[in-house]
Design a protein around this ligand. Structure first.
Ligand code: NDP
Ligand code: MG
Length: 392
């Protein structure tokens, strides 16, 4: 058994909390070296008291000062700022980094972990959407290992042949089938979608998640981001990735082989399963998850996604086909639009309108360097913000 020394980026979030839940079940296997958060100082303080990390990181100095006061009688050193996030993602004493910050803010620390050759447990899908090619290059150059946390990609990883790197077809793989629950609005009358509130959008039928990804699930942008994520993780062409709606969220995704076999990973919808899989890989450990009772579930059903109901999914495929900076624009526009929707500045349907507008105005430019992508990200945010402003 290998003991793993962990940094958990985004420890105070939904994925972070689930990660610590699994870690706490196996104190002999996992040692926490660093934990990070942004706003939730009290929660981070409680986590530090329980897991006694060497470092805790917050973004702003006032909050860091507050945490230092609370943890004065402990051995945890409190650091602050984006630089500190990158520092704890690349510490020599850390071998495994859980990348669970939400949004584009997760890119810098994930890249630092890649360059430092860590085992990266990647939850932050925005990293791959925003900068897939660069990130995968950094993983390769740094000798890092990437293990997917997103339940679909973790399921695909588990269903892939052992050494699938390179050309999928050469390994006998025909397609990746990503399952999607369809979110809270799968059956709601399309004419009533204009009236959707943030409360309705974050109430996911099967999963408990952060607010941003919950809205992404309602619009199915989450699945669009996941198609792009799969493209990079598994070196798949867009036409090798198909989305199928599966409302029960029991099959987390599948891999279809050239001989007609389809391999799937099933479990109850609980993120502790993919988290425990990646934490212990290639071992298997208990995750605290309830056992799957198929007779009680009774039926697993499937349907095709309706892009009239879910235009964001089609926009994501478009951005992937366009390539270059288009996925970066998609991600940036989406972050701005979802934030505006959650703050009641735009109606639900304007999320897709904002993305369409940003993609028309900003996409198409090739990005040669990471700085180009950061520039495209900034431009897309500003174009999306102006558009939202014009709606007011
Ligand atoms: P949450 O919103 O619950 O948590 C986000 C975490 O990131 C928190 O620790 C938060 O700190 C921190 N954070 C937020 N903004 C910043 C920033 N600018 N700089 C540094 N830290 C920041 O999100 P989730 O846990 O739901 O999701 C995390 C990631 O995992 C996302 O990329 C999501 O797409 C992905 N994911 C999540 C799944 C889920 O089931 N939740 C499933 C698959 C993927 P604080 O809370 O202290 O402010
Ligand atoms: Mg997912």
């Amino acid at each position: 058994m290998t003991q793993r020394n962990l940094t958990i980026l985004g420890a105070t979030g939904t994925i972070g909390v689930n990660t610590l839940d699994v870690v706490a079940r196996h104190p002999e296997r996992f040692r926490v070296v660093a934990l990070t958060g942004q706003h939730q100082v009290e929660r981070l303080a409680t986590q530090c008291r329980q897991f006694r990390p060497r470092y805790a990181v917050l973004l702003d100095e006032a909050k860091a000062h507050q945490l230092r006061g609370v943890l004065a009688d402990t051995e945890t050193e409190v650091l602050c700022g984006e630089q500190a996030l990158e520092q704890v993602a690349s510490l020599p004493e850390v071998d495994t980094v859980m990348a669970a910050i939400v949004g584009a803010a997760g890119l810098g620390p994930a890249l630092a972990a890649a360059r430092a050759g860590k085992r990266i447990l990647l939850a932050n899908k925005e990293t791959l959407v925003m900068a897939g090619e660069f990130f995968m290059q950094a993983v390769k150059a740094g000798g890092a290992t990437l293990l997917p946390i997103d339940s679909e990609h973790n399921a695909v990883f588990q269903s892939m042949p052992p050494d699938y790197a390179g050309d999928l077809a050469a390994h006998g793989v025909r397609r990746i089938l990503l399952t999607a629950s369809g979110g809270p609005f799968r059956t709601r009358a399309v004419e009533t979608l204009a009236a959707v509130t943030p409360e309705e959008a974050v109430a996911h039928p099967n999963w408990v998640m952060g607010r941003k990804i919950s809205v992404d699930s309602a619009t199915m942008m989450n699945k669009g981001l996941e198609v792009i994520e799969a493209r990079w993780l598994f070196n798949a062409r867009p036409e090798q990735i198909e989305v199928v709606i599966h409302p029960q969220s029991i099959i987390h995704s599948m891999v279809e082989y050239l001989d007609g076999s389809v391999l799937a990973q099933l479990s109850n919808p609980d993120m502790r399963t993919p988290i425990a899989h990646a934490l212990a890989y290639p071992d298997r450990v208990e995750a605290g998850v309830s056992w799957l009772d198929l007779a009680r579930i009774g039926q697993l059903s499937f349907e095709s996604p309706d892009t009239r109901r879910f235009p964001c999914l089609a926009l994501a495929y478009q951005a992937l086909a366009a390539g270059g900076g288009a996925p970066t624009v998609l991600n940036a526009g989406n972050e701005v639009a979802v934030d505006a929707f959650l703050n009641r500045r735009i109606p639900y349907l304007a999320i897709a309108d904002t993305l369409r507008h940003a993609l028309e105005r900003v996409a198409g430019r090739a990005a040669r360097e990471l700085d180009d992508l950061r520039e495209i990200d900034r431009e897309a945010r500003s174009v999306a913000a102006d558009y939202i402003h014009s709606l007011a």
